[in-house]
Design a protein. Structure first.
Length: 323
């Protein structure tokens, strides 16, 4: 079985060829395979660790494209369902000058929302080291119930659970609803990765001083996660675990598109834990963790210099070669 299994949305990102252009003004897009859990699966595979993806796409041209893209990247797709009930989700993206993005989603419903419990082979989790998910599959049923059942099954089988909320406000009924649902799931995670904006949303923080981040991480830790990582863009990341806490500096680079950066960071962390045989997080020293996070920062710094989600994800030799 795959060492890392991700579950959730696989979708098509339509990435603009123009920068600093409002979405309604963009005249030219190019297609890219995406969706945070799919990105993480490919990222893990490209970094040399076996990966599998669980989810649902449309029985349409875009669904076939996504399935083929994952398979071409050596991601196991035996738990990827194609359906005629709904089309594959589409996301149209606009890029600001700093590489940050705005989104418009075509997902009413999208096929990923319809992933049902009865379509899941829970034995697929046997022998896996890490199960990773996000919050988008928690928005509505049936995918919400399926996600919660998979989390429960993963924990019962001794699989480490990784959670990256990846909040997309346009997809939720309200931001309050998103915060409530995410906070309910955080105690089920062993690893929690959030970015600086999500930290503000989930905690009400108005500043990102190190003392404030530390306090927020301590509160998350009390809820259950053993490892909390807050990514801070080009500044790097802050971590908190039973072994200690601290900042790990990022790599300065010129960002053109941040799509997939957080997902590549997660992929780097998870693949590194597998390679170090530390997926249960026992014996994970601050020295080793900072080494892993430095590697993850490096991976993300490569991704932001490229366009698109999956197309931007580096292979292990690119990272180790320093290119």
């Amino acid at each position: 079985m795959p060492e890392v299994i991700t579950m959730g949305e696989a979708l098509i990102d339509f990435v603009p060829r123009q920068v600093n252009c409002a979405l309604h003004e963009v005249s030219d897009f190019h297609r890219a395979a995406g969706g945070a859990p799919a990105n993480v699966a490919v990222g893990v595979a490209r970094l040399g660790v076996s990966a599998g993806f669980m989810g649902k796409v449309g029985d349409d041209a875009f669904g076939y494209f996504l399935k083929k893209t994952l398979e071409d990247n050596k991601v196991n797709t035996s738990q990827m369902v194609l359906t005629e009930e709904a089309m594959t989700t589409l996301a149209f993206v606009s890029l600001r000058g700093d590489g940050e993005r705005d989104f418009a989603f075509y997902r009413k419903p999208g096929a990923d929302m319809l992933y049902r419990v009865e379509e899941v082979d829970f034995d697929y989790l046997e022998g896996s080291h890490i199960f990773h998910f996000g919050s988008i599959s928690l928005i509505t049923d049936p995918s919400k119930t399926t996600t919660l059942k998979l989390i429960k099954q993963a924990r019962s089988k001794g699989v480490t659970v990784s959670f990256d909320p990846n909040i997309r406000p346009p997809l939720w009924g309200s931001l309050e609803e998103a915060v409530k649902q995410i906070n309910q799931v955080i105690p089920e995670a062993d690893i929690l990765k959030i970015n600086e904006e999500e930290l503000k949303v989930l905690t009400g923080l108005n500043d990102l001083k190190e003392e404030s981040i530390l306090k927020a991480c301590q509160e998350f830790y009390q809820k259950g996660p053993e490892l909390i990582i807050v990514t801070l863009g080009g500044e790097g990341c802050f971590y908190y675990s039973s072994a200690g806490y601290g900042m790990v500096e990022g790599f300065k680079t010129k960002a053109i598109d941040t799509t997939g950066a957080g997902d590549s960071f997660v992929a780097a962390v998870l693949s590194s834990l597998v390679k170090a045989d530390l997926t249960n997080l026992q014996g994970l020293s601050t020295k080793k963790l900072e080494e892993i996070l430095t590697f993850a920062n490096k991976v993300a710094s490569i991704v932001v210099t490229r366009n698109g989600g999956i197309p931007s994800l580096p292979f292990i030799d690119e990272v180790e070669g320093g290119s």
